[in-house]
Design a protein around this ligand. Sequence first.
Ligand code: SAH
Ligand code: F3S
Length: 434
Amino acid sequence: MKKFFIQTFGCQMNVYDGQRIAAMLESHGWTAAPNVDTADLIILNTCAVREKATNKVYSALGRIRRAKKPDTLFGIVGCVARESGADAFKRIPDLNFVLGPQSYHKLPQLLDNPDAKLLNIDLGGLEKFDALPKMVRSPAVAYIPIQEGCDHCCTYCIVPYTRGREISRPFDDVMADTLHAANTGAVEICFLGQNVNGYKYTDANGKLYRLSDLIRATAAIDAVKRIRFTSSYPTEMTDDLIEQFKTEEKLLPFLNLPIQSGSPDVLTRMNRPYSLDLYIDIVDKLKAARPDIQISSDFIVGFPGETDADFDQTMDIARRVRYINSYSFKYSPRPHTAAALMRDQIPEQIKSVRLARLDGFLNEIQREFNQGCVDRVMECLFEGPDKTGQNLVFRTPYMQQVIVPKTGDDVPTLARIKITAANKASLRGELIND
Ligand code: SAH
Ligand code: F3S
């Protein structure tokens, strides 16, 4: 039997795409290889959001072409494929395929004709969702994409170029995938989109569906115990959605609401036209709806023209909101984006200093939050054993990892766990047997 190996980089959308590619190959009679050496087909499922992510893909390709069997096919799918296009074949001449994030369902064409070079970086919209087989069994956490692309056009971001215009999937299609996942093992549903809370779908009768409608319909499915969604745009956090945090207990009290910068000037140049007052107002409304809610953010430091005073405003907003579990990045100029052409690019060394300051502070908040969880009892989702096999790994409603000593073979998918200790990265706990 022929074997494939997929390595996925980047966001949850890529993780989902990777699972669908695997399901597609399995439906063609292929099986997963444990490593590159034994594979007949190697696929790098790639991320282009920062330059480092793209470079990582090309160095991995260099390693793979030396390690693989001579007749093994290899190539890239996803955002680097779309970013590089035909240039990828110039950089790596023996590459067999380059398929963008909306054309990886064309891969079987290569299996039929392995000597051809396959290039397709078209933006096919929702075509891939219809073209791919469903997964036979769902993992406990099912990622369900509800849209593709993004219309926000933040000036630093390559995603609108790599994934195209924003398109919402039909409500019935999303619910069919959700039900299928729930019927085949999913306990947690995570709705995915580059701008997930901007979901808008109008059916043939003119009825408009929003993310709040998807959440309400999903909460009514018995087998689903936890619901979340990522990634949200601040001003699309509408009142109907905020209300869901009050009414739907299954919606987890944790939300990624990226602010990117605390400086109004930088936000304007990023083409993120919201005021800090509006952002704070949304956070306050969320807290009123769900007092135990916690917010995380993505931050970019060293955006073109960012002054020390701008950066201090980012520190101020982090202090004010007390974000947990955030991601922060040095600004990275990307092709096909407006910010790459802006004057006043910030030197790397200043970016590093600012990133270290911000990270230091975010880690401190995270540590304090984790410490505050000690002695609390939380309902947590079982993820699997740890590397040693002696412990079990669970996820709290705030996506913290909890390590629990293994006591028996019968592990519930959702368990009540008493948190016994905390550090920055993870918690320790013990199962409560009611
Ligand atoms: N809404 C999207 C965001 C995609 S990019 C989502 O689904 O998550 C993820 C994060 O990467 C962004 O929130 C931003 O903080 C960061 N990012 C995007 N472009 C970047 C760039 N050019 N340099 C540094 N960080 C960037
Ligand atoms: Fe990128 Fe901004 Fe959309 S970060 S994905 S353009 S909301």
